[in-house]
Design a protein around this ligand. Structure first.
Ligand SMILES: C[S@@+](CC[C@H](N)C(=O)[O-])C[C@H]1O[C@@H](n2cnc3c(N)ncnc32)[C@H](O)[C@@H]1O
Length: 290
């Protein structure tokens, strides 16, 4: 049932639902988020949206989400606000060395074969890179292989839809607690301790940061402004938020950016979605372009 129309003290918000979030506005917001980013927003995500938008409402001095929707939908706010909305609702959970089998595969299989072929340079894309832990893990593994086994030089591209996540990635600064999965020898080579021992943030060394370029990119876009000869594309733990047709379209586009023989690497819960693509499964979440 639609909520009764309420008039607020300011008279500005004709359609205030219970707790300031009407069903109609939930539906409009969730449709907008899904259409723009692919991220599904079923009814169960309603509370999550309310919680995640709290600090944005405070920044905008708005009393509730219905007022936010008026701002978003009625006052030409969409253009400037959509980036902040997506920042608020995207889930950026990530870790260094997350799903380590993928990095073992690179170290033990892909990189040795590139080295054997005499490849001088390889290109890797972390296509939903969040705050950058995935791309910096790749940089550590590749740099280590290059120096110890005369492996190829490399460049890494990290992209994400979230500007807030990308800002952390670009800064190269992370809470010390995030370094727990990083092997000691990598900590010694690739991580800088702060001068002030009270500071709980560490930094990626400049030489490694220089190997990664960052950019905002929406996987929902029809075209990706990215080279078409990537050797490895990581697209992990983002497709789970999309519906099946969207997953398939995104994967088709990603495959078109892989060179022949290149690898597409998905998250552990995304293994079943590589069907009907120009790839063969190497392991359950690792695919190779044919
Ligand atoms: C859970 S994180 C995964 C990060 C990393 N790939 C990993 O596995 O640790 C999902 C990331 O996907 C991003 N994302 C969501 N929708 C996206 C889209 N349409 N285009 C690009 N990135 C998107 C989010 O901003 C978030 O940073």
């Amino acid at each position: 049932m639609e909520p009764a129309l309420q008039s607020t003290s300011s008279g500005l918000y004709p359609e205030v639902g219970p707790e300031g979030f009407s069903q109609r506005n939930f539906e409009r917001l969730s449709a907008l988020i899904q259409q723009y980013s692919g991220i599904k927003m079923p009814a169960a995500k309603r509370t999550m949206i309310s919680v995640r938008l709290r600090s944005r409402l405070m920044q905008l001095h708005l009393p509730h989400i219905d007022a936010y929707c008026d701002y978003l939908f009625l006052e030409d706010g969409l253009e400037s606000e959509i980036v902040h909305l997506i920042d608020a609702v995207s889930t950026n959970k990530t870790d260094f060395f997350r799903e380590p089998a993928h990095f073992d595969f690179l170290r033990e299989t892909a990189l040795p074969s590139y080295a054997e072929e005499g490849r001088r340079q390889i290109k890797i894309w972390s296509s939903a890179s969040s705050i950058g832990a995935e791309a910096y893990t790749l940089a550590m593994v590749l740099d280590d292989f290059r120096t110890r086994r005369r492996g190829p030089d490399f460049s890494i591209l990290g992209t994400d839809i979230s500007t807030e996540a990308l800002a952390v990635a670009v800064s190269g600064q992370f809470p010390r607690a995030m370094m727990e999965p990083v092997p000691d020898e990598f900590l010694a080579r690739y991580i800088l301790e702060p001068r002030d021992p009270e500071v709980d943030f560490v930094r990626i060394v400049p030489a490694l940061r220089a190997k990664v370029a960052w950019g905002r990119m929406n996987l929902m876009d029809e075209r990706y402004p990215v080279d078409r000869d990537m050797d490895v594309i990581f697209c992990r733990n983002v497709l789970i938020y999309f519906d099946r047709p969207t997953q398939h379209k995104v994967l088709e586009r990603l495959c078109s950016h892989l060179s022949a023989g290149g690898y597409l690497i998905l998250g552990h819960s995304e293994s079943g979605i590589g069907a009907n693509l120009p790839v063969t499964a190497v392991y359950n979440t690792i695919f190779q372009k044919v």
